[in-house]
Design a protein around this ligand. Structure first.
Ligand SMILES: [Zn+2]
Length: 144
């Protein structure tokens, strides 16, 4: 029974962390993004402008780019033309790293607040610590 109680929240955690993982930029998202944000540069070529660094993304030359969700995908941001903006692969990676860190911190805080996650370092002498002090002053293991 104890084992079961311990495993359930962990599995929940794993499923949640899978949800916050960056998903591969889909062709559909990129198409929506391209149709909404394509422009022509001074030499008349169709380009995209990276919304992170402001630099041009030359598609004709085959420069790699991704569609970035402004409202985080992990937090329910939708794949709409208003929410998808082009970004260089490198720029997007940097932004995603920061975003994922913040999303994960939010999940951690929420878990702590709702009691899903228990402290890894329980208070000394509490029942969760696994130790108890007997009336004669000796300290013994509670279980095992
Ligand atoms: Zn860029």
């Amino acid at each position: 029974m104890r084992l079961l109680q311990k495993l359930t929240p962990r599995r929940e955690l794993r499923e949640r962390s899978a949800m916050t993982k960056p998903k591969r930029n889909s062709t559909r998202d990129r198409r929506i993004c391209f149709d909404a944000h394509k422009t022509t540069n001074s030499s008349g070529r169709t380009v995209l402008v990276c919304h992170v660094c402001g630099g041009e993304i030359d598609i004709v030359r085959g420069e790699e780019w991704e569609a970035d969700h402004i409202a985080r995908h992990a937090e329910g941001g939708e794949s709409t033309p208003q929410n998808l903006w082009p970004a260089h692969v490198g720029c997007h990676l940097e932004k995603s790293k920061v975003d994922n860190r913040e999303v994960k911190k939010g999940v951690r805080i929420a878990e702590k607040a709702t009691g899903v996650r228990r402290s890894a370092r329980p208070m000394m002498g509490s029942k969760r610590s696994g130790w108890k002090k007997k009336m004669d002053g000796s300290v013994v293991r509670r279980w095992r």
